[in-house]
Design a protein. Structure first.
Length: 151
């Protein structure tokens, strides 16, 4: 019974999260960003990364490495800002790494247990390596936050 209800619960939870985050993705959120804020903007089939110069009711100006870009509001599809979640991403990566290393570690533990001891060290080493790799990869992925999405 619980196994049948779990996918429905997850779907319901994801739907609630999408609705909750979707409500705040308005142009006023973009207008509230400070000048100099790093942004990434998808507009008119282009993706531009730079610093926000200004935002008006009908356009936004972004400073890129090659110069300034003015994007009309009607052309802007999405606006992102960098997310500062390295610790959280490292923790998620470590958890994924630990989960991925559990099966090989258990197999190695059984193998070395049959051949004369040291089985706990094999499992610990496997989990340390895979968890460390996962944490490192997770920390590298800074991510980004969606600030605006055209309706």
């Amino acid at each position: 019974m619980v196994q049948k209800a779990m996918p429905r619960f997850i779907l319901l939870l994801l739907s609630a999260l999408v609705c909750a985050f979707g409500a705040s993705l308005e142009w006023n959120t973009v207008r509230a960003l400070p000048a100099g804020q790093p942004v990434q903007v998808s507009y008119a089939k282009q993706l531009v990364t730079g610093q926000l110069v200004s935002v008006a009711a009908d356009q936004m100006v972004i400073r890129t490495k090659t110069g300034g870009v003015t994007a009309a509001r009607v052309d802007v599809k999405k606006v992102w800002t960098p997310a500062h979640r390295r610790g959280r991403n490292a923790a998620i990566g470590a958890a994924i790494g630990l989960a991925a290393g559990l099966a090989p570690g258990m197999i190695g533990r059984l193998r070395f247990n049959n051949e004369g001891g040291g089985s706990g060290k094999v499992l610990a080493a496997t989990l340390a390596i895979t968890g460390g790799i996962g944490a490192g990869l997770g920390a590298l992925n800074r991510g980004r936050d969606l600030v605006y999405k055209r309706p």
